[in-house]
Every structure is written in C-alpha cells, then in structure tokens.
Design a protein around this ligand. Sequence first.
Ligand code: PEP
Length: 251
Amino acid sequence: MRRNIVAGNWKMNKNAEETEDLLNELIDKLPHDVEAQIIVAPTFVNLSSAADHLEFTNITVAAQNMHQAESGAYTGEISASMLTSIGVRTVILGHSERRAYFHENDALLASKVDTALSHDMEVIFCFGEELKDRQNNQHFNVVENQLRDGLFHISKASWEHIVLAYEPVWAIGTGETASPEQAQEMHHFIRETVRSVFGSDVAEDVSILYGGSVKPDNAKEIFSKPDVDGGLIGGAALKADDFVAIVNGIR
Ligand code: PEP
C-alpha cells in the first residue's frame, strides 16, 4: 500500500554506544502523529540491539545490505534468515555505494531481491543515474534499465513488498540536491514505467522515495511533490534534530 516513508541510512557510522544514544534521541523527539513510516538502518553489528530497542516504538529497523545465498562459505556476509531471526524484515538493496564500491550489478541485485522476497522481507530498492548520464540526457534510459534488469522480473503480487528509492548518484553525499521539479519529473517517469509493465494498481500503490542530500531546509518542498512519497536520508539521518525536522517535512 502506498505510504509515506522516511528512512535513515546510517552507512558505516555510529558504534554501539552512539547507536543507542541516537536511537534514544529519536524515540524522544520523533513525532507520533506524523503520517509516515519511519525506518532506520544502522550497521549490521548494531542491528540486533537496535531491533530490540525499537520493538515497542513506531520506528522500524532495516539492514543496509544482505547476501543473496541462503547460507554457506561467504566469509563476512549476512543472510536473509540471519536478519529475520533478529526481527529485521526490511533491507536496502542496490544502494549506489554498493553498486560503485562493491561492484553490485543489476543481475546480482535481481538475485538479492529474489532472496529477500522469498523470506517475506520488504525491499527498499535503490537506483539512479550518474552525473554523466544526466549530462548526456541518458538519465531516463539508465533508470529504466536498472528497474528492468534488477526488479521487473518479480511477480505482480511481490510488489507489495517493494519500496523504490530514486537516488541520483550525483546528489548523494554531495550537498547537491535534485530540484523538487527534477525529482517529480523522474518519480513520475518511474511510476509510469511501473504502470506500463505491471498496471495501475501496482503503480499507484508503490511508494517512491527520493534520496540525495535531503536536509531540513529542502525536505518539505521535495516531499510536497505528488509522486514523491518520502525520502531515503544519509548524512542528515545521523543527527536526531535534522532527521526529526526532515520527518516533519512530510506533513
Ligand atoms: C544515501 O546514502 O542514501 C543518501 C541519500 O545520502 P545523503 O542524504 O547523505 O546524500
């Protein structure tokens, strides 16, 4: 069901104590009456304690990644059943940093999506063009290909477990944000692309988040666009006051 979502991707930040401190601040400061699902994605080693800590709150915990195999000789990796066994039922897949630094391509992501869905997990599927793609006017093609190759093999029924996160690479961690008009233009294109393959029910129900240097001072305008259903927040998710201000931008 289409809903507003604000998700914080903490990346490789916050040790155990800092994680607990930030969670406590968020529990204190996040509004209870906001019409949005709030998600935080701490690093793997702090996921279990975070899931316990947030059990009776309105904040959901997500993993930042997972492996596609069920189990086996994959040193350093984390499986879907490890995540669900500690109460984590949402996973971010395809973040541009995973694509760029860990060479995750669309085919690999397609198999990670399958594994997550087979464990009834919710997937926040990230994608977005690089600066050169936009400069060459290829951004719509790139996004369409990422969706088709990484995600469009799933069944229509599986879409209830999918959240889309459009994150133009040139806007991630750079302070450079897509304008609200650029975000709306791409989100509209994404929804129409989903509609053309899976039909209107799926297209109208899927939440599409924007990510890329969302801050307290630009969140409200970006979130006000009709095809923007919230945000995936990196840097600004590490400060409780900034994250809370961004969540309040959804009103
Ligand atoms: C992200 O990492 O998903 C992200 C959007 O980062 P930032 O908000 O720092 O640009």
